[in-house]
Design a protein around this ligand. Structure first.
Ligand code: HEM
Length: 486
């Protein structure tokens, strides 16, 4: 009898909220105790599961989900997306507050911070990414892309296929360490560099870490236990590696009498600021020094690699890009900051590949106060899902969505679409803080590459290419290509 009572109470506890969306006439998949509406993601993988639900419910503009028993509203309509991301931003400025399963360093990163702490940290960090500062970074960026070309040239001479993202990722790390911290990390030249394995550690979502995180999200009462056990945490030696590098960079900078204007000098200023409202605690500074490196590694190397992949499969498009680059650069090897905006076709190629392979296939926000928009009441703490991958592959928005057609991103075509249907960097005040730096790095890398090399498919190039089904846009079996000198 007691057991039946306990089970009944547990059932009620796990399902009490399940009528929340249907009571407002909002459709959605049937939720189940504990897993809520996670079944499509669990059975088909996150990207496939999200896209299936998006296709099923997109006509309704919104659909109701449950993460465990927490309500989650997915939005498929451009105008509503604008309301949440911009007009009513003050109620949706946070991302999902994840339990600290990955450890304290990750919890202090800008990507995870909430409320006033996020606002203060974002306002300090964003000063790094003004156009004037990015313009001054171009020499460093040119230097490291030159090394990338040397490495690719060696592969061309050996007629060797290679994992493209691995090579570009090393260049991205060199670039971000140089422009953020004035460190010459020598990742590309040093095969023993510890930067790569330690950085990659943050992106590993194997069974143990993935399950720990999932359980903490769907059954929040178990989160403290999981956090305490440390089973999903970033290993201490990885956290220590970055701590040492940053401590060294900070000590060098403090001893350096030259004036610097990069991310490191900004955060050092924030460490010592007399005005408390501008001061950041040491652990927040360290975490955000690390996020600067992490965020600049995976996303940039992914974006460059996916654009290269598409150009390898579409040689005619690659030739058109080559002609544009030659027209803009003439006989110059170095590419200046001013040359980049003139490469408009290359920009369309990058945007079309970001449509097909968006860095974040799903973007989320968390509601900080109960609010009613367009007749829908969204409760405090509910999650908002933006099914970016589904939107980017929607045939009603992008006809023939699996086809690579850069012309979709000409100025005229873009003007015909609701801008909220293209979100490779997110949109609104919580979008990617470094979008302009990222666009500069990606464009420069590709322009220099195509100026000197022809990118080609090889025996290991897959088309269509299977993706891993976590939140990252990674090729399941690697992204293999070949290059040839022009
Ligand atoms: C092509 C490269 C990149 C892509 C596609 C990309 C994409 C994104 C996306 C989708 C978000 C989430 C936006 C949202 O929630 O609305 C984001 C946030 C962020 N990105 Fe990027 N990113 C790139 C490069 C970079 C670089 C180079 C850095 C740093 C040097 C960076 C730093 C960040 C940070 C710190 C956030 C969190 C912002 C906040 O929470 O306020 N990203 N990025």
């Amino acid at each position: 009898m007691i057991i039946v009572g306990v089970l009944a109470a547990l059932y009620i506890y796990l399902t009490w909220n399940f009528g929340y969306w249907s009571a407002q006439g909002i459709k959605g998949p049937t939720p189940f105790p504990i897993i809520g509406t996670f079944w499509p993601s669990l059975s088909k993988g996150m990207i496939n599961g999200d896209t299936m639900l998006y296709e099923r419910y997109k006509k309704d503009k919104v659909y109701g989900l449950f993460d465990g028993s927490t309500p989650n509203l997915a939005i498929a309509d451009g105008d509503l997306l604008k309301t949440v991301l911009v007009k009513e931003f003050s109620s949706f400025q946070d991302r999902r507050k994840l339990p600290s399963v990955l450890g304290p360093t990750v919890s202090n990163m800008l990507t995870e911070l909430t409320g006033e702490e996020w606002k203060k940290t974002r306002s300090i960090m964003s000063q790094t990414f003004t156009s004037g500062k990015i313009k001054r970074m171009i020499d460093s960026l040119n230097l490291y892309t030159k090394t990338l070309l040397e490495k690719m040239g060696e592969r061309a001479d050996a007629d060797e296929m290679f994992e493209f993202k691995d090579l570009v990722g090393k260049c991205a790390l060199d670039m971000v360490a140089a422009v953020g911290f004035g460190i010459d990390a020598q990742v590309q030249n040093n095969p023993e560099s510890e930067f790569v394995p330690h950085t990659a550690e943050f992106f590993k979502f194997g069974v143990v870490r993935g399950t720990a995180l999932l359980i903490a999200i769907v059954v929040p009462v178990l989160a403290p236990l999981i956090v305490k056990s440390g089973i999903g945490a970033i290993p201490d030696k990885t956290a220590a590696f970055f701590k040492n590098i940053m401590a060294q960079a900070m000590a060098n900078r403090k001893a350096d009498s030259n004036k610097h204007n990069d991310f490191l000098s900004l955060i050092l200023k924030a460490q010592d600021a007399e005005d408390e409202s501008k001061r950041l605690p040491d652990d927040v500074i360290l975490a955000n020094a690390i996020v600067f490196i992490l965020a600049g590694y995976d996303t940039v190397s992914n974006t460059v690699s996916w654009a290269a992949y598409e150009m390898a499969l579409h040689q005619d498009i690659q030739e058109k890009v080559y002609e544009e680059i030659m027209e803009v650069t003439g006989a110059e090897d170095d590419i200046t900051y001013e040359m980049l905006p003139k490469m408009t076709y290359l920009e369309s190629v990058i945007e079309e590949s970001q449509r097909l392979f968006p860095g974040a296939p799903r973007i989320e926000r968390q509601c900080t106060e109960t609010i009613t928009i367009e007749g829908i009441t969204i409760p405090k703490d509910a999650i908002i899902t933006i099914p970016v991958y589904g939107i980017h592959h929607d045939a009603d928005i992008y006809p023939d969505p699996e086809k690579f057609i850069p012309e979709r991103f000409s100025a005229e075509e873009k003007a015909k679409r609701n801008p909220y249907y293209f979100q490779p960097f997110g949109l609104g005040p919580r979008s990617c803080i470094a979008m302009r730096l990222a666009q500069t790095e990606v464009k420069l890398c590709l322009a220099k590459m195509i100026q000197k090399l022809r990118v080609l498919p090889c025996e290991k190039t897959e088309d269509p290419i299977p993706l891993v089904q976590t939140g990252q846009m990674h090729a399941k079996n690697g992204l293999y290509l070949k290059v040839q000198r022009r």
